[in-house]
Design a protein around this ligand. Sequence first.
Ligand SMILES: [Zn+2]
Ligand SMILES: [Zn+2]
Ligand SMILES: [Zn+2]
Length: 123
Amino acid sequence: MSMMESPKTVGGFREVHGKPVYGVEVYPQTRCSHWRGPHDTIALRMKCCDRWMACFECHRECTDHPAEAWSIHERDQRAVLCGSCGETLTISEYLDASSCLHCGTRFNPGCADHYHLYFEMES
Ligand SMILES: [Zn+2]
Ligand SMILES: [Zn+2]
Ligand SMILES: [Zn+2]
């Protein structure tokens, strides 16, 4: 699929493999206006509003509430959507893998800097 495909308008959502992914300018593989590098292909289901979001900055811009991180006891939640194949991963599967378990698409290693925004991490 072409990365040049036009994005959805601000504040809306785009169906990615049948799931509504909210955010600012969401592209077909869940890239958004903030994160659109070749490896930025996952969306996160947010604990606070149970919505798939392209990223935490999209969440900040598109919702009226602070983002809430999944607790350490909720690692079995399927909160990660692979924008490449449309499969979902549990939080623990995602944190343990460097690429999608289903299609092998590599995740952005830089995402590790932001894990704490979505997932409660061990201290
Ligand atoms: Zn929320
Ligand atoms: Zn974003
Ligand atoms: Zn995949």
